[in-house]
Ligand binder design. Structure first.
Ligand SMILES: NC(=O)c1ccc[n+]([C@@H]2O[C@H](COP(=O)([O-])OP(=O)(O)OC[C@H]3O[C@@H](n4cnc5c(N)ncnc54)[C@H](OP(=O)(O)O)[C@@H]3O)[C@@H](O)[C@H]2O)c1
Length: 337
């Protein structure tokens, strides 16, 4: 079978295609034929040698996310059938084998069945972006641990960067759960995407006074802010509701105007999807699977997330597209659907 591999860390040009033996599914494992492998910033970071440390050295097959079809079952796996459509999560975390290869073996719990009418493009967008977004939306102490329709009724969420992959997922999941969703973007094109994702209001932070607009749209302030840029913290503290939570999912060093935060008893929360607790992860997987199967989680330009496709032999270009801040979801076509 064909696999993309990086023999050492470095620029995208270290990626190459190799032939490998078909992996065997051991007890409790599932072999998936990968149709689409998706590229996230975490994948390019790992390939470049500045990823989340997981104790695994190259050679590695890149990419955490993907969707495909069950190909073979290891002993003891009886609740899936060959031919079932599935999506996978954290495929290459703590493991040398990600999704940029034709066949991938994973423990049963990392393989999630999806309905026959769920596009592979949706399945390939769920692992990193949607599970991260789910955790950001459920870290409020008195809020729901698992999203479902109505779970966020009466809540307002502010999503920074609503045209990004995680931002798009946060908008879609929050809307599915009943929240009012405000979002910020940097251009008209991104505003159109965030609206297509379902946001109730989109604020162009290059053109508008964000704090004034948020106050106008949500006089009490958002209860949760899903934050992609820590430079927004001052603004977040200005507009957030008393007792609100700011879920920060990017790295970096920053200072906190703690008096401002104290005045409102605000919580700053940090989210890394890989290291959420097993219970948080299970809740996220269950909720995201439910939303996808219900048709409530969509992708493509009409859902605010254009799909950008590359064949497997152009895996390096796919990584470069993500590094160059492609707007949308970069996917690699690995095998025919
Ligand atoms: N902690 C976790 O578990 C986790 C999970 C997934 C992703 N991430 C990280 O989150 C970031 C976004 O991931 P993504 O897949 O959503 O990327 P993406 O699709 O490229 O979207 C990023 C969006 O965020 C906005 N943005 C504003 N300030 C930014 C900043 N300082 N850094 C990055 N983006 C900024 C941009 O929108 P505007 O132009 O409209 O401002 C852009 O559309 C990446 O740094 C990624 O590594 C972390």
């Amino acid at each position: 079978m064909r696999a993309a591999v990086f023999p050492e860390t470095g620029p995208a040009s270290v990626l190459r295609l190799v032939d490998r033996d078909l992996p065997l599914a051991a007890a409790g494992e599932v072999r998936v034929r990968i149709v689409l492998s998706a590229v996230n910033p975490t994948d390019t970071g790992t390939r470049a040698g500045r990823g989340v440390p997981d104790g695994v050295a190259p050679p590695r097959v890149p990419n955490q996310d993907g969707a495909g079809v069950v190909d073979a079952l290891g002993e003891g796996v009886s609740d899936l059938e060959p031919g079932d459509r599935v999506w996978v999560w954290d495929a290459g975390y703590g493991r040398a084998n990600g999704t940029a290869q034709e066949y991938l073996v994973l423990p049963r719990h990392q393989v999630v069945r999806m309905n026959d009418d769920v596009p592979f493009e949706v399945g390939a967008d769920l692992g990193i972006p949607a599970l991260t977004a789910h955790r950001c939306l459920t870290l409020v102490a008195d809020g729901p641990a698992r999203l479902a329709p109505g779970a966020l009724d009466g809540r307002t969420v502010l999503v920074a960067g609503g045209a990004g992959a995680v931002g798009n997922a946060a908008i879609q999941l929050a809307k599915w759960a009943g929240a009012t969703v405000l979002t910020t973007v940097s251009s008209k094109e991104k505003a159109a995407l965030a609206l297509a994702a379902g946001a109730d209001a989109v604020i162009d932070y290059r053109e508008e006074d964000v704090a004034a607009r948020v106050r106008e749209l949500s006089p009490g302030g958002p209860h949760v802010i899903v934050e992609v840029n820590t430079a927004n913290l001052d603004l977040d503290l200005d507009v957030i509701a008393p007792g609100g939570n700011i879920a920060i999912y990017v790295g970096g060093k920053f200072s906190v105007p703690s008096f401002k935060a104290m005045l409102k008893n605000v919580s700053l929360d940090f989210v890394l999807t890989y290291t959420t607790s097993p219970e948080e992860k299970a809740n996220a997987v269950a909720a995201v699977a439910e939303a996808a199967n219900a048709g409530a989680f969509r992708v493509g330009e009409e859902a605010g997330l254009p799909i950008i496709r590359f064949p497997l032999d152009r895996v390096a270009e796919a990584h470069e597209a993500v590094e160059n801040h492609a707007v949308g979801k970069v996917v690699i076509e690995v095998t025919a659907p």
